[in-house]
Write a protein that binds this ligand. Structure first.
Ligand code: SPV
Ligand code: MG
Length: 432
């Protein structure tokens, strides 16, 4: 009996997949190479089902003999490992992003004397289109909440961008660019206190109460499915923080980040002469552990934000606080700085990673923005947050249009600065 290799994502089973399994089974034993979460995460959005769940489904489909993990996006390592007599694929890879894979597979199979079977692609159904329509149906709070931890296990660093409205959330949800090694997209959303308050014309001093922050968050939740990290400011009093934690969990938020400042909170990037006062270590630890005790799910994360560098202290002082916060139950730490050189952050990361090999470490490179994500990951970053860029990009664009209307006493000239009405209607689901 010949062995026929079939590489699959297997998240959404549709008639096209049943067809290719049937075709393969007619030619021999079907060995399914089931892509692992990390193989998929490098190219496409994370599957809805875990690898084990997907394996269980596939093993029970008629015609499948065996399911093995395919750890890489490329078929090559598994073809070398299992040496099947043939590999089967839909002819959709004749052109487009998979054509490179096809060439590699042909070359290898020629070398090993194996066969490449191409069958006509089942028109009208494919996983990508189904994935897209599933996304439009949304997600559940439970699935969304867990996604951040799943992603943290799979790739570094996670790329998170700030949203302050449904519209900005839609950009993060849908924007993808094609790169040589697959599609590139954002992994999740930062709900920023700075941009949330600024979009309301208010200062970033915890003046926007949690209820109002959550109303805005609801707009983002309603039109997105990606995981959300919530900027919890100082977290308020421990007695109040426990309610915040539960409310965020109920809404499907994956993590809250709270900062160790006391008194009237000012934005960390604000150029004040007077340094913000840091919370006594024990008080902040108590807040973290109250939050941890209060949470209902095991996946929700409380991340402790260290403001030591902002307050003019050394990386060593920040590390001392990190020790205490982790011991109090923090699921990760964020280290912040407004130093452009990035030296202080790098110094902290080095010390931190020497002690905590895999504990999530969050960086917010607003000022030290010349470092790429890969460089920050090499320092030890698990998550990179672009904390305010959509709001800061939108304001000058709005100013330009407003100024043009004032200058010209009509909107003809401003038209070129604006997206066409048709496009904005198409952008919003159900808007047409
Ligand atoms: C925010 O986005 O509100 C933050 C990050 O807290 S920062 O503005 O850099 O302090
Ligand atoms: Mg903030």
């Amino acid at each position: 009996m010949k062995t026929i290799y079939l590489g699959l994502r297997g998240d959404i089973i549709h008639p096209g997949i049943i067809n290719i399994i049937r075709e393969a089974a007619g030619r021999g034993e079907v060995l399914v190479g089931l892509l692992t979460d990390s193989a998929i995460a490098s190219h496409k959005r994370l599957p809805y089902l875990t690898w084990e769940q997907r394996r269980e489904v596939l093993e029970n489909i008629k015609g499948v003999s065996k399911v093995v993990p395919q750890e890489e996006w490329s078929y090559i390592p598994n073809l070398k490992k299992y040496r099947p007599d043939a590999i089967i694929h839909g002819d959709d890879w004749l052109s487009g992003p998979l054509s490179g894979e096809r060439e590699e597979v042909f070359a290898l199979m020629r070398e090993t004397g194996g066969e490449v079977i191409e069958i006509p692609y089942t028109q009208g159904v494919n996983s990508s289109a189904l994935n897209e329509s599933m996304r439009s149906l949304g997600t559940t709070p439970d699935i969304r909440l867990k996604t951040l931890r799943r992603l943290l296990d799979l790739k570094k660093p996670l790329r998170i961008l700030e949203a302050h409205s449904g519209l900005s959330g839609l950009i993060i949800e849908h924007l993808e660019i094609k790169k040589e090694n697959g599609l590139r997209a954002f992994d999740g959303i930062w709900s920023s206190s700075l941009t949330d308050s600024a979009s309301k014309g208010k200062p970033d001093i915890e003046a926007v109460d949690l209820t109002t922050r959550l109303q805005d968050l609801t707009n983002i939740l309603e039109c997105t499915t990606k995981p959300i990290i919530f900027d919890g400011d100082t977290g308020g009093k421990s007695e109040h923080f426990i309610y915040t934690v539960r409310t965020l969990e109920r809404n499907g938020v994956s993590a809250v980040i709270i900062e160790d400042k006391v008194g009237l909170k000012k934005n960390s990037l604000f150029g004040t002469e007077v340094a913000q006062e840091l919370a006594p270590i024990e008080d902040f630890c108590e807040k973290i552990s109250s939050g941890k005790r209060a949470q209902v799910t095991k996946e929700f994360m409380i991340i402790a934000r260290l403001e030591s560098l902002i307050a003019g202290q050394t990386p060593a002082a920040a590390l001392e606080r990190a020790h205490a916060y982790v011991a109090a139950g923090a699921d990760g730490v964020m280290i912040h700085s407004k130093e452009k050189s990035g030296e202080d952050i790098q110094g902290f990361c080095q010390k931190f990673r020497a002690e905590y090999r895999s504990l999530p470490l969050v960086l917010v490179p607003t000022t030290y923005n010349r470092f790429t994500e890969q460089e920050l990951a090499a320092w030890g970053a698990s998550i990179v947050i672009y904390a305010n860029h959509l709001l800061r990009a939108s304001y000058p664009a709005m100013m330009k249009a407003a100024r043009s209307i004032l200058e010209n006493e009509r909107s003809l000239e401003a038209e070129a600065l604006c997206m066409p009405i048709k496009e904005i209607l198409e952008l919003i689901p159900g808007g047409k």
